[in-house]
Write a protein that binds this ligand. Sequence first.
Ligand code: PLP
Length: 419
Amino acid sequence: MNTSRSEQLYKTACGFMPGGVNSPVRACKAVGTVPLFIDHAKGSRIWDEDGNEFIDYVCSWGPNILGHCCEPVINAVKAACDKGLTFGACHKGEITLAELIKKHFPSMEMLRLVNSGTEAVMSAIRAARGYTGRDKIIKFEGCYHGHSDGLLVKAGSGLMTQSIPSGAGVTEGCTKDTLLAKYNDTASVEKLFEEYGSEIAALIVEPCAANMGVVPPENGFLEFLREITKKHGTVLIFDEVITGFRLSDGGASKYFGVTPDMTTLGKIVGGGMPLACYGGKLEIMQCVAPLGSVYQAGTLSGNPCAVAAGIETIRQIESIPNFYEELDKKSAMIENAIREKGLNVNRCGSLMTVFFNDERVKSYDEARACDTESYGRYYRHMLQSGIYTAPSQFEAMFVSYAHSDEDIAKTIEAIESYR
Ligand SMILES: *Cc1c(COP(=O)(O)O)cnc(C)c1O
C-alpha cells in the first residue's frame, strides 16, 4: 500500500499542530503507523490522499451511523447553509431537534444544545451541582467524559493509549471532588457512598463503557446505580455521547431499561456536525440560566447547520424499518468471525472491541491488561486488507447502516486471514 502522500502531509502537519493532529488518538502512535489523511468518504468507504480505499469502521468515532455522506443529511445541511451559517439567535430548527430528542429520550424533560460532548458533560455536572448544592462527583476508571479538567482522571482511551496517568495541567483542586469507582464493581460504589453519601452531587457513567474498549454493564449494574443514587439524592447521569441513538433510538437507557436523571448526547445526535446536548429532569434543568443560577452559554450553540444535520439523521433512523435489528445482524456476523478466529471480543449492538486478552473483559483493569502490541499487529493487518478500524486497543469498532453484506463479507475475509 502506498501512503507516501499521507506521510508527506503528516510531516508538514507536525510543524503546525501538536503531533500533527487535532485530537491525540488520530496520531496512530499506539499501532505504529503514520496517520492516513482522508480525502473523501461515501457510504461505508473512505479514501485517503494516496487513493487507497477502505471499509470504514471508525465512522468518525460514532456519528456516521448512516454511513458517510448520507444524501438527505447532506442536502439538509446545504439548505441550512444557504439560509445562513449562524445567527446567534433563536430559530425553529432548535425546537424541532429538541422535540425529536425528547420523543426518543422522554427522561430528558428539558434539554440544552451545545457544541461537543465535552461541553455537554461539563454542563450537566455543573447543573447537577447547582441543583443539589453538593460538590463531589463519582466517575468510573476507564470511562471517558470529554476533556474538562475535573473528569480527566483515569479517563479511558486517549490517556490509556499514550500511558498518561491523568494528564499534566490538571490541578489537584480541579480533581479533588472527583471520586473514582470501578466499572461493574458495586462494592467500590457502595464504599464511596458510605463515606461521602451526602456530599455527592452526581454519579456519571457510560451506561455501556466504550472508551476502554467496549465493556458492557454486567447484569444488574445499572439498576444498582439507579437505586443507590436515588437513595442518596445523587443525580444519576448517563453519558450517552456514544450510546445515544447507537444501541437503540432511546440509547442505552432504553436498551437496558434503566432511566437516569440526566443524559448527555453527542456524536450521532449531531449527524456529523459539532453538536451535542444535555438534559434531564425539569427541576434540574430549571436551575440553568436564564431560568436559574447555573450559568452555561455558547455563541454557536444550536447552530442551524448542525441542527439540520441532527434533525435529518434522527428522521432517517426513524424512517428505516428495523434499523437497529439490521445493525445488530451485521455486527453479529463480524463478532462471530472474530470469535471463530479464537480472538476475544466484546459486543453491544453495533459497538465492539477485539480484546487481546484471554479472558472476557469486564473491567478497566482487565482491559488494561491487554496485549497492545498484538492489537497493533491486528490493526496493521486489517488496514493492509482494506479495513479501517480504531488505531487503539481501547476504542470501539462502529458498524453503520451503510455497511453492505459485501462489506461485511470482505471484513470477515480479512479477519480470517489474520496471522
Ligand atoms: C466522545 C465522548 C465524549 C466527548 O465528546 P466530544 O464531542 O469529543 O467532546 C464524552 N463522552 C463520551 C462517552 C464520549 O464517547
